[in-house]
Design a protein around this ligand. Structure first.
Ligand SMILES: [Mg+2]
Ligand SMILES: [Zn+2]
Length: 233
């Protein structure tokens, strides 16, 4: 079976959320009130993110200033590179699905020499007097998401993929319930506990790699041991 890892970017591949960094630097304090409303599901992240970025001062929040800030202050999970190698070795395809911006993903992948990893995200456009958000992957079926991760998940499922989802926060609520297997941390773990959804809590990509290695190893030894025949005869 074809196996696909759909992975969130902010707070999952990166240790700090790029959007939080940008808003803390360029939007003043009021964005926290909007974020609380997203957490309580007063509205989704498509509407919330637009409101938050409307608070940014476009003269300060330029493309160069944002890239500079992220280059200085964003780190990735220390086990992420190893995990990507593991995925290549074990034939897990890997795709990023992000509620953030292509600028943030491109900047960080370049900073860490990670090459090109396929991704779906929103776009931040720098217009004369404002920052505008473009949502090329919003879905008519979902009122919540700017980039509806469930839409991507469903497309891959219909192509016959087994889907492993990895995420940490509000933009992962939509897809997490549909994945075949889900690794969660922070807000997303709390959400899954509250909603009684199956999930595997993790701290770093090393935990996920260990879990998937063990599953693969157990499966291989089960296949090779003849245990299968004993069990079912
Ligand atoms: Mg996240
Ligand atoms: Zn959605």
């Amino acid at each position: 079976m074809k196996k696909l890892i759909l992975c969130d970017f902010d707070g999952t591949i990166t240790r700090q959320d790029t959007l939080v960094k940008i808003l803390d630097r360029f939007a003043g304090n009021a964005w926290h009130l909007i974020e609380k409303k997203i957490l309580k599901e007063v509205f989704g992240n498509r509407i919330g993110l637009k409101q938050e970025f409307d608070l940014c001062d476009p003269k300060q929040a330029t493309r160069d200033n944002i890239a500079g800030l992220l280059n200085e202050e964003i780190e990735i999970d220390p086990h992420f590179k190893q995990f990507l190698e593991f995925c290549r070795r074990e034939s897990y395809e890997f795709v990023i699905v992000s509620g953030g911006f292509s600028l943030c993903i491109d900047t960080i992948l370049k900073k860490y020499g990670l090459g090109s990893i396929p991704y779906y995200s929103n776009k931040l456009l720098f217009e004369k007097n404002k920052l505008r958000i473009e949502n090329p992957y919003s879905s008519d079926d979902c009122a919540l998401c700017g980039n509806c991760k469930t839409m991507h998940l469903r497309r891959y499922m219909s192509l016959g993929y087994y889907i492993i989802y990895i995420g940490d926060s509000t933009t992962d609520r939509c897809p997490v319930k549909y994945a075949d297997m889900a690794f969660t941390k922070n807000h997303l773990t709390e959400y899954c506990l509250r909603e009684k959804m199956a999930h595997i809590p993790y701290e770093t990509f090393a935990d996920i790699q260990a879990y998937l290695s063990e599953v693969t190893e157990r499966y291989e030894s089960y296949k090779n041991s003849g245990e299968k025949n004993e069990k079912y005869n």
